[in-house]
Write a protein that binds this ligand. Structure first.
Ligand code: SIN
Ligand code: MN
Length: 293
């Protein structure tokens, strides 16, 4: 799937593109049916909500689950991002966020690039987020919210919030959020929240400021978040475990468009468990390590 000049211009202006119902119910069902077993695993890659057993984020399923390994190579997801970067991409991060009925906690206002820069030493913002809804998303189950055009501000100062939720995040303070929302149109479009059926996809800039409220509804809001980084922009440090920030910078090769509903072989390098090396972390940048060796 390639982007039109109009879509490229819209992305440049707003910082995101929304594709309602891009994946069929049959394709979404293949992914959705794999989630409960993945969430039931007692593994470090399942981060649970604060004070609850509900999974907030499952990391790196594409390394050990066949349906998600195929999604990670899906041309409807990868090609638009390559169009935007005019370069090949690798998988920097892969998450299945639960935002489960009654239990899903907030995601504070943040830019993803803030975390990738501060924690992973990603050189520039040439990395993109893709969200794929596995459940219908509505006004009540904690939809993602964006401040349109906020990516134009580049990297914004952030503080490391270690306490609000179970997952540390570099967050933007409320005063600046209020200013950005006002500048984006205030009550007339200063915050938007793309909502639609399971199978919808959003592509959004890594500097786009976003958040989501808690899910007090009786409806799960499971979504996959794939973060694709231009190969030339790969991270420079392994401060976080590999299941959170990947260290294999091989460009993604796409499978055919019907890969979610037909069998194509995919490698599952972590199907027998996460290797010990993936849990090792270091504060020293890769280049300095080479110099020291
Ligand atoms: C994120 O910002 O990475 C996740 C937001 C959400 O799941 O609502
Ligand atoms: Mn985010």
């Amino acid at each position: 799937m390639r982007l039109t000049p109009e879509q490229l211009a819209q992305f440049d202006r707003d910082g995101y593109l929304f594709f309602p119902g891009l994946f069929t119910p049959q394709e979404t069902a293949v992914l959705n049916s794999a989630v409960p077993e993945l969430y039931s695993r007692r593994e470090a890659y399942n981060v649970r909500e604060k004070g609850s057993d509900a999974v907030r984020t499952n990391f790196a399923a594409h390394m050990y689950s066949e349906p998600f390994a195929r999604l990670a190579r899906h041309p409807r997801m990868v090609e638009p991002v390559m169009d935007l970067f005019k370069e090949q991409v690798y998988m920097h991060q892969f998450k299945i966020n639960g935002k489960m009925a009654f239990e899903g906690d907030v995601w504070q206002w943040h830019q993803d690039y803030g975390t990738w820069k501060n924690d992973d030493l990603m050189p520039t913002e040439r990395a993109m987020n893709v969200a794929i809804f596995l459940d219908d998303v509505n006004a009540y189950n904690g939809p993602l919210m964006f401040i349109p055009g906020s990516h134009k501000r580049g990297v914004i100062d952030a503080k490391h919030d270690l306490t609000t939720t179970s997952y540390p995040l570099w967050t933007v303070d409320n005063e600046l959020i209020a200013k950005l929302v006002e500048r984006a149109g205030g009550k007339q479009g200063g915050i938007v929240s793309p909502q639609g059926p399971a199978g919808s996809m959003i592509v959004f800039h890594s500097c786009l400021v976003h958040a989501s409220a808690s899910n007090l509804s009786p409806w799960n809001r499971v979504s996959v978040y794939l973060s694709l980084c231009a190969v030339s922009n790969h991270i420079q440090r392994a401060r976080r475990p590999e299941y959170i920030a990947h260290r294999d910078f091989t460009p993604i090769s796409c499978l055919p468009d019907d890969c979610l509903v037909r069998d194509y072989p995919v490698e599952l390098p972590w199907k027998d468990g996460v290797p010990a090396s993936a849990l090792q972390t270091s504060d020293t940048p890769f280049t300095d390590r080479k110099l020291a060796a």
